[in-house]
Design a protein around this ligand. Sequence first.
Ligand code: PMP
Length: 435
Amino acid sequence: GHEGILRRQAARESAARTYARALPIVPVRARGLTVEGADGRRYLDCLSGAGTLALGHNHPVVLEAIRKVLDSGAPLHVLDLATPVKDAFTTELFRTLPPGLADRARVQFCGPAGTDAVEAAFKLVRAATGRTGMLAFTGAYHGMTAGALEASGGAYDVRVARLPYPQDYRCPFGIGGERGAELAARWTESVLDDAKSGVPLPAGMILEPVQGEGGVVPAPDGWLRRMREITAARSIPLIADEVQTGVGRTGRFWAVEHSGVVPDVMVMSKAIGGSLPLAVVVYRDDLDVWQPGAHAGTFRGNQLAMAAGTATLAHVRENGLAERAETLGARILARLRVLTEHFACVGDVRGRGLMIGIEMVSPDAPPPIDATGPRPPAPSLANAVQRECLRRGLIVELGGRHAGVVRLLPPLTITDEQTDAVLDRLTDAIAAVAS
Ligand code: PMP
């Protein structure tokens, strides 16, 4: 049963296991927003497979698509061969692409995870430019393989230069807003000016249109357009990591569409596989300098994931779920922002679409930099909120550069009533922690 499974896995799994520590749940059944544990408890799941489940758990269109492949007798493993399933997926994926990329796109199917696609994007721009360096941003998260980890600030490597990501709440310049974002852009520009004196330019720039793991930090559209100008002027390919922001989550099918920026390369995973592992890099055809075999891998043709992904992409598009994410997200933000007035431990509420973050701060500690600035982050309070949510049958994600952010990533299919239930439980949990 429940306890035995938890105990045995805790003893046998690596010390690196993460979610299982904070969420002592043994999921046995799930549908939509709801997950049921082996102990019979039911939860509202706003972790959604770390933002993967655009349609929630076991959506009928996803299950039907998977069953159809199984029942057809199609081979499940085909390496990277062309199949009707892949044909359908590619057609649907290309249909979603931002104008400017859609008509000139190439896709590279990658190893199963987002981090594999990030590595592929780095390799691609290095091959295309003949250069090696990479620009990435403070607070970024791109994955756990070596190159992606460097770009996430997990290690310091001379090949990755890290630049300030604009931030309202903890703006590195203490300004925030458009002015803070403009200073961040100028810093980036000035770093690149050194290349004029014979220092080689980087091979690419990678950014998240909204930082997810970094604590839900939406980049201002103006800053994204500045990054597009700065990279275009120097022929540096711009890589948008849409692993978490894609497939409608932020209120557009792809988050770059808010700004109208057309990246040279897009990294996609999570929701594109409809809950099964799938990752791709999509890029403009003139970057396609790869020789046959330049990026190989055994698991680049997951037929079930492609079928589930096709169904998911089509369902999001046909049902206007990106628009739904935008309106519902705005309503959630409006309701949660009230919490900053009621509870001194709620420092900031921010987000875009159904990617929402609540930054917990130490109510008693003075702001570290200036009296009007944010109070210090409070990771222990964020942990406590997560625990209190769990007790009330609500699963939430944590994140943030200082681990102080409670995150909501509900499926785009969440109903108004379910949204109210989530917000009620979350508010109760915060009230319990604040008292
Ligand atoms: N990029 C972003 C923006 C992500 O949020 C993540 C995962 N949270 C990754 C890359 C890595 O994806 P994966 O965990 O599938 O390797």
